[in-house]
Design a protein around this ligand. Structure first.
Ligand code: GDP
Ligand code: MG
Length: 163
């Protein structure tokens, strides 16, 4: 069976941008606002000769805070079920939000390996801001910029070791 890497996280942290980079496709929809309906996308990726499937779990509909949280919980639970490895994407520019905490709590209860991916670390000055995400209690953090691709190689080196 193929290894599956699921990308989870609240809206706007850069899940689709990361998905596009890993799969080198442009199928996932990247946008500047939350609250739109987005599909779940599956794509193929390869790193150091290892092939795997990437899932972008961005298919949320945000009508109210309740629906929003329920939808995210569902997406995260589906990811835990079907993924080999989970990339939990957070945003260095916002720090830890309540939704981040909620997702972290769900992931802690799942038995799948989780990589905390701190996105939007576009320059070195943000590296120290990223360390706050250790307090999510999910272990090592991986600072990346999905936009430039920096840090994604180091992340993937570790991800493929779990296959
Ligand atoms: P998603 O809702 O989690 O799928 O997030 P998107 O991939 O749609 O990205 C949300 C916004 O964050 C878009 O405006 C992206 O261009 C921006 N973004 C994504 N990755 C980065 C990054 O590494 N650095 C910066 N500065 N912005 C990013
Ligand atoms: Mg998205």
């Amino acid at each position: 069976m193929s290894n599956i890497v699921a990308i989870v996280g609240r809206p706007n942290v850069g899940k689709s941008t990361l998905y596009n980079r890993l799969t080198e496709s442009r199928k996932a929809i990247v946008d500047d606002f939350s609250g739109v309906t987005r599909d779940r996308h599956y794509g193929v990726a390869e790193w150091v000769g290892r092939n795997f499937t990437v899932i972008d779990t961005g298919g949320y509909v945000a009508n109210s805070d309740d629906v929003f949280e329920a939808a995210i919980r569902e997406q995260v639970n589906i990811a835990i079920e079907e993924a080999t490895v989970i990339l939990f994407v957070v945003d260095v520019t916002t720090g830890i939000t309540d939704l981040d905490d909620e997702i972290a709590n769900i992931l802690r209860k799942g038995k799948k390996p989780v990589f905390v991916v701190v996105n939007k670390v576009d320059h070195g000055l943000l590296q120290s801001d990223a360390s706050i995400f250790y307090s999510l209690g999910l272990g090592e953090i991986y600072n990346i910029s999905s936009m430039s691709g920096s840090g994604t190689g180091e992340l993937l080196d570790e991800v493929v070791k779990t296959f």
